[in-house]
Design a protein around this ligand. Structure first.
Ligand code: HEM
Length: 496
């Protein structure tokens, strides 16, 4: 079978295949709808008949080339001189072949953050993110995840049943995000409210405005009063991010740090609770959990298909002529399961592409793995007799081309008593700005958290004069589009 990615761009007159859809790409497999959600690997298997790259339809009318081969995926990810991330190159959007309201547009359209930047612009935007994340002390992070997990588990433990997605995995990354980014209680609560409004689709416009205002407030607060948190470290970074850039960076961090994180937790729990290889040793140590995480990252990576790239000029790749500006999407899920790879050595092998590779590799991967491991271990430790409430093969997956996400994870268990919640990993003399209501000291000063307790971390702001962190930077551009910056999160959540 041969694949010509440009075949749909100019349909031959009267072509019987195009049926009134002038942009239709013959043979393109849909990556949307219930069939794909139920068994994406079956679709990837069919696509391999084309070779390591194949035509797909991400949503009705939005075509792309999907990279399904492992080596081909690495070649794309590691060749920024040929494949760019800047979505302003997306020709089909520019010339109207893809409508602005197409469901995949919010996740693919250009935004001024590190995900859509190339070269020096990318390095400038990514540096504050990686350096901020590097300063997080793993022991403090572990302690905060345990504390958040205990708080959430206490709410459903006496009931004997729960939805581990809605009651646990969804909330936990948000709590951790608030702590990492130094949100004081009032701001943290509004972030949760705004996110619920966006994700549940209830008065989304108001929620949009609230989230944007809330992040503006956080940025202003951290400029006035920096703390030991990632927001303050990013603001103080010598590259000098503007307020507008900070909002876009925080949106991508929040999107990346919550949705895939919850999916890693639920996909790992599903595996642990349904696969006999993990039975009997669930609470017996950390090894099975680490193994389950490796297996999920290989077989069911939370971000299944993404890393959208655009050829910078027409080029030959894997025997196919790719057109400048037509999207090339990397399938982490298909590449990880490429039959050309030996599959028997996955345990303990971290060569999967779940975190991507090349210049845009996930900068949060160490934190994300730690958060997932602790969240899973804590749950199984507190409720060892937990079991799925429905057979694993009857669990529903949310549709959408980009994620591998369960719609719910219902479980039942003998009710367990509440325990004394794990204390936060800070001395009493240095209270944290914990956003969890039950544990909030309203008198806390924002920024009292101790993420920089890592002795290897450089001292806070050592290279930056104080004036640079206390003077608000002028906004680089008018805040146009701010109300829409949240639509990517909502689109993702709603499975588009
Ligand atoms: C299980 C959880 C996570 C998974 C599976 C994941 C996966 C990924 C992947 C595949 C990419 C590359 C996307 C692309 O090139 O289009 C990426 C990028 C990114 N991730 Fe993660 N991520 C996770 C958690 C996190 C966390 C916790 C953070 C930070 C709080 C984070 C921050 C980012 C950022 C900022 C980027 C963009 C980097 C760049 O473009 O230079 N991620 N992530």
């Amino acid at each position: 079978m041969t694949y010509r990615p440009d075949a749909g761009a100019v349909p031959p007159p009267g072509c019987p295949v195009h049926h009134g859809d002038p942009g239709r790409v013959p043979g393109a497999e849909p990556l949307y709808g219930p069939e794909f959600a139920a068994d994406p690997q079956a679709v990837y298997r069919r696509l391999r008949a084309f070779g390591p790259i194949a035509p797909v339809e991400l949503a009705p009318g939005a075509y792309a080339t999907l990279v399904t081969g492992y080596q081909a995926a690495l070649d794309v990810l590691r060749s920024p001189e040929k494949f760019a991330k800047d979505a302003r190159r997306w020709r089909a959007l520019a010339d109207g072949r893809v409508a602005p309201d197409n469901p995949v547009v919010p996740m693919m359209v250009y935004r001024p953050n590190c995900l859509f930047a190339d070269g020096e612009a990318h390095a400038r935007l990514r540096q504050p993110v990686t350096e901020g994340l590097d300063r997080v002390d793993p022991a403090a992070l572990r302690g905060y995840v345990e504390h958040s997990a205990d708080t959430l588990i206490d709410k459903f433990a006496p009931n004997g049943e729960a939805d581990l997605l809605g009651d646990y995995a969804k909330a936990l990354p948000l709590l951790v995000f608030q702590q990492l980014f130094g949100c004081p209680p009032a701001i943290g609560e509004r972030l949760v409210q705004g996110m619920s409004g966006i994700f549940d689709g209830v008065d989304a416009e108001r929620a949009n405005a609230m989230l944007t205002e809330t992040f503006m407030e956080l940025i202003a607060l951290k400029r006035r009063q920096p703390g030991a948190d990632i927001t303050s470290w990013m603001l103080a970074h010598p590259v000098g991010l503007t307020d507008e850039e900070m909002i876009h960076q925080l949106v991508v961090l929040m999107g990346a740090g919550t949705e895939p994180q919850q999916n890693l937790i639920t996909n790992a729990l599903r595996l642990l609770l349904s696969d006999d290889r993990f039975a009997g040793d669930l609470s017996g140590g950390s090894l099975p959990v680490e193994d389950a995480l490796d297996e999920v990252l290989w077989l069911d990576p939370p971000m299944a298909n993404y890393a959208v790239h655009y050829p910078v000029h027409d080029l030959d790749f894997a025997g196919v002529r790719l057109r400048e500006g037509e999207p090339v999407v990397v399938s982490f899920a298909a590449a990880n399961n490429d039959p050309a790879l030996a599959s028997e050595h996955r345990t303990g092998n971290r060569a999967h592409l779940a975190w991507s590779a090349g210049p845009h590799t996930c900068p949060g991967k160490d934190a994300a793995r730690l958060i997932a491991a602790v969240a899973v271990e804590k749950l199984l430790d507190r409720i060892p007799d937990i079991q799925l409430a429905v057979p694993a093969d009857q669990l529903a997956w949310r549709p959408g081309p980009f994620h591998r996400a369960l719609a719910a994870l219902p479980v039942r268990f003998p009710p367990v008593p509440l325990t004394v919640t794990t204390p936060l990993p800070t001395p009493a003399s240095a209270p944290m700005t914990a956003p969890v209501r039950d544990h909030i000291d309203e008198t806390n000063t924002p920024g009292d958290s101790r993420w920089n307790a890592n002795p290897a971390s450089p001292p806070l702001l050592s290279s930056t004069p104080p004036a640079a962190i206390s003077t608000p930077r002028p906004t680089a551009s008018a805040p146009t589009g701010r109300r829409r910056v949240w639509s990517s999160l909502a689109a993702w959540w709603h499975g588009r």
